[in-house]
Design a protein around this ligand. Structure first.
Ligand code: SF4
Length: 468
């Protein structure tokens, strides 16, 4: 019995097959082709969207856009690899009708069309909206760290710079000592060569100067750190507790089909202060419709929650639980009960803590402090309750009554809140795990915005394909 044999490569055929025969009716390249064909690239602001009357004809931006979208759908992000695919991949050959743009053309297309690509993202979101793919009732908001084009070695803070300079100073001292010793030694005994030492000294002095310039730059700009390859990226802790120079990608994901309704690139390592911003962007996309928003405790900020409520967005956000310093959960702040009529707190030791003073920040009242040090000093639980010698103080936020209503609302909708991770982690899972796109290929905030937008866009296309 022989093996299953393929066709003879040299067999002539009477009626040659067309490239279209190789592309099945449900192939996702057909979706990309249809989608890009109906776009108005002139309106979207693509360069070369109108043919030049003279000179060498350029590639149609529609073809290059198709290639880019195909690349993101198929984990091919590098322009050199896309160039290669246009030669060997039958889907790309079909999509580009045998065109073979080189990597420079592909890279330039992306570089020259940043705002236009942003427009494509918006257009696709509108299309999803027209197809009723956004439920507009429930969204989840969260951020995820994506590695920037900047190694940890090229990220400095004041203490790291100080350490480097100290190390260089020591090395310089060592070399100077060797030079002195070399001066007195016989030429044949000199080890290493004087010329070599002088060369190394020069290098060290250059490096020291570079670090000193970074120090000056940090002081001048009042920043904590400097990233030398991508100045906008920052050192951040990721989900696996590793530290990397990254960007924080914020997304709002609609619960109906786990489609990203909006995103933002931030270089802040935490999510605090992003809730209202992200929710209001989604509200704009949803045509002003009221909806519910789920977010974790990293977004728990009274001001943002208030803004959401004022704009018809119902937030379900878990509260921040503050430790008491001793780690004894029986004495966490949430165990202190507030008595509104009497304006005092009753502690777990059943003692009353009274209003003490207002707490301010930049001249503005942000809350109130409650305490009763006399009873604390007599209390048997003091070592479990606080590490402070004087006794325990409780801070009440100026908007605590409002925060209490949010806490109650979240508690009553626990089942809904539990959906948060499933909704918001879905696109991140597709982008990071599925496509391996956990890092950016471009530098600066303005540029990293674009690939993510395409990630979002293609994420939507992929999900549409799976469904169709
Ligand atoms: S230390 Fe003070 S606040 Fe804490 S339980 Fe005792 S009395 Fe209450």
């Amino acid at each position: 019995m022989g093996y299953i044999e393929g066709h003879d490569r040299n067999q002539p055929v009477l009626f040659p097959e067309s490239i279209d025969d190789y592309i099945t009716e449900d192939n996702s390249v057909r979706v990309i082709d249809e989608y890009v064909e109906q776009l108005d690239l002139v309106k979207l602001g693509f360069t070369k969207a109108v043919c030049a009357g003279t000179g060498r004809p350029s590639y149609n931006p529609k073809d290059l856009l198709k290639l880019y979208l195909y690349g993101y759908l198929n984990r091919i992000r590098s322009s050199r690899r896309l160039e290669h695919e246009a030669i060997r991949n039958i889907e790309v050959i079909w999509l580009l009708k045998k065109l073979r743009p080189d990597f420079k053309t592909i890279a330039d297309f992306r570089k020259d069309n940043k705002p236009a690509l942003k427009g494509v993202f918006r257009d696709f979101n509108k299309l999803c909206d027209e197809w009723s793919l956004f439920g507009k009732e429930l969204v989840a908001i969260d951020g995820s760290k994506f590695r920037a084009c900047n190694s940890k070695r090229n990220n400095y803070n004041a203490s790291k710079l100080q350490k480097h300079i100290k190390h260089i100073d020591k090395k310089i001292e060592d070399y100077m000592r060797e030079l002195d010793a070399g001066d007195t030694a016989e030429a044949s005994d000199r080890k290493p060569d004087i010329k070599e030492i002088k060369k190394r000294l020069q290098e060290l002095r250059h490096r020291k100067e570079k670090y000193q310039n970074y120090q000056k730059d940090l002081e001048k700009r009042g920043k904590n750190e400097i990233s030398t390859t991508d100045p906008d990226a920052r050192l951040m802790c990721n989900n696996n507790n590793n530290v990397d120079v990254s960007y924080n990608v914020q997304t709002t994901v609609d619960a109906k089909h786990n489609l990203i309704a909006g995103f933002k690139i931030s270089n802040k390592p935490n999510d605090l202060g992003e809730l209202d911003n992200m929710a209001l962007r989604a509200k704009k996309l949803f045509g002003g419709k009221d909806f519910e928003a789920l977010a974790d405790k990293g977004y728990y900020k009274a001001q943002d929650l208030k803004k959401c409520v004022e704009n018809g967005i119902t937030p379900y956000v878990t509260k921040q639980v503050y430790s008491n310093g001793t780690g004894d959960k029986d004495f966490y702040t949430e165990r202190f009960k507030y008595n509104k009529e009497r304006n005092l707190y009753v502690c777990p030791g059943n003692q009353e803590l009274y209003y003490y003073k207002k707490r301010t920040s930049k001249g503005k009242v942000i809350g109130y402090d409650y305490r009763n040090f006399n009873v604390c000093n007599e209390c048997n639980f003091k070592s479990r309750c606080t590490k402070s010698e004087k006794g325990r103080s409780i801070y009440r936020h100026i908007d605590q009554d409002f925060l209490d209503t949010i806490d109650l609302q979240t508690e009553l909708n626990k089942d809904k809140y539990r959906l948060r991770q499933m909704i918001v982690e879905h696109p991140f899972g597709t982008i990071k795990r599925g496509w391996g796109a956990y890092y950016f290929l471009t530098k600066r905030k303005i540029s990293v915005n674009i690939p993510s937008r395409k990630n979002t866009l293609t994420g939507g296309v992929e999900q549409l394909n799976r469904r169709s």
